[in-house]
Design a protein around this ligand. Structure first.
Ligand code: SF4
Length: 280
């Protein structure tokens, strides 16, 4: 079994020192170690961006899709073998801009995936351009006079599109994020975690200090089965009050459960080797 230590690869992470990606990476390995996620039961996919490098730093089967295409790749893997746990790592540009259409429809169909959004509110890999999550007025290489666009709210989008588990965490709170990843994995359906991830090189506004000062844990008695309450909570983003925790959590049939062909042909029990011989 792969563990926290042997999930390491020979590749040394090339993220900038202090990048929030380190927290997400560590939390995932911590969760994998605790739950026994390994190559026999787990696959990860990623899109394009700094987040996508995680494929190189976790010793699991992985697929790095084209920009914005981590979700359709993951959906295909899950349909082909519903027994697998499929984790999707994606960035705010990757998921909400290039892959925005996939995000909406994968959530709407309730594919049984765990989606982890590296939400740094900037395009980091291409050295600092305004992203769909950058706040209005944000100054970057692509908007030197300040962005005049409103930012997109990924939680509100996920809830309204049809996601059945919607949560938010800060990348520096590694233990909580690891627990949230485990809870999201156990959820049947489209589980989405918006991870507030500082880009220490190109986004000085949303720093570690900023998130440590301005986030608060959602109240223990919050009703996460109430869609209206979840939506209202998701709108509660102002510069002094950013909720983290589980916003929405309901049970609905997954996409995979409803595909009759999967039950009929028992895809998950196929002998891949004999199929390969038959069709090659
Ligand atoms: Fe992280 Fe930003 Fe550096 Fe990319 S550019 S590795 S997001 S700090």
């Amino acid at each position: 079994m792969k563990t926290l230590n042997n999930l390491k690869t020979k590749n040394v992470p090339n993220w900038c020192p202090g990048c929030g990606d380190f927290g997400i990476w560590t939390a995932f390995k911590q969760a994998a170690d605790k739950e026994g996620w390994d190559n026999s039961n787990t696959v990860i996919t990623a899109g394009i961006g700094c987040h996508g490098h995680i494929n190189n730093f976790v010793a699991l089967s992985s697929f790095e899709g084209l920009h914005g295409r981590a979700l359709p790749v993951a959906s295909g893997i899950k349909i082909a073998n519903p027994r697998l746990k499929v984790f999707v790592f994606t960035g705010d540009g990757d998921a909400l801009s290039e892959g925005g259409n996939h995000f909406i429809h994968t959530a709407r169909r309730n594919h049984d995936l765990t989606v982890i959004l590296h939400d740094n509110a900037i395009y980091g890999l291409t050295t600092g351009q305004t992203s769909p999550r950058s706040p209005k007025g944000f100054i970057s290489k692509s908007t030197p006079q300040g962005s005049f666009e409103e930012p997109l709210n990924p939680l509100a989008l996920a809830i309204t599109a049809g996601a059945t588990f919607v949560a938010r965490a800060y990348s520096g709170d590694i233990d909580y994020l690891a627990d949230l990843m485990i809870e999201a994995d156990k959820h049947k359906g489209f589980a989405f975690i918006d991870v507030l991830q500082p880009c220490v090189t190109f986004n000085s506004m949303y720093s570690h200090f900023f998130y440590q000062e301005n986030t608060y844990q959602i109240e223990a008695d919050f009703d996460a089965t109430n869609k209206q309450a979840a939506f209202d909570k998701s709108l509660e983003w102002d510069l002094k009050k950013i909720p983290v925790g589980v916003f929405y959590n309901v049970d609905k049939p997954t996409y995979e459960e409803q595909i009759v062909q999967i039950d009929k042909v028992k895809v998950e029990k196929r002998d891949i080797a004999s199929l390969y011989t038959k069709y090659s």
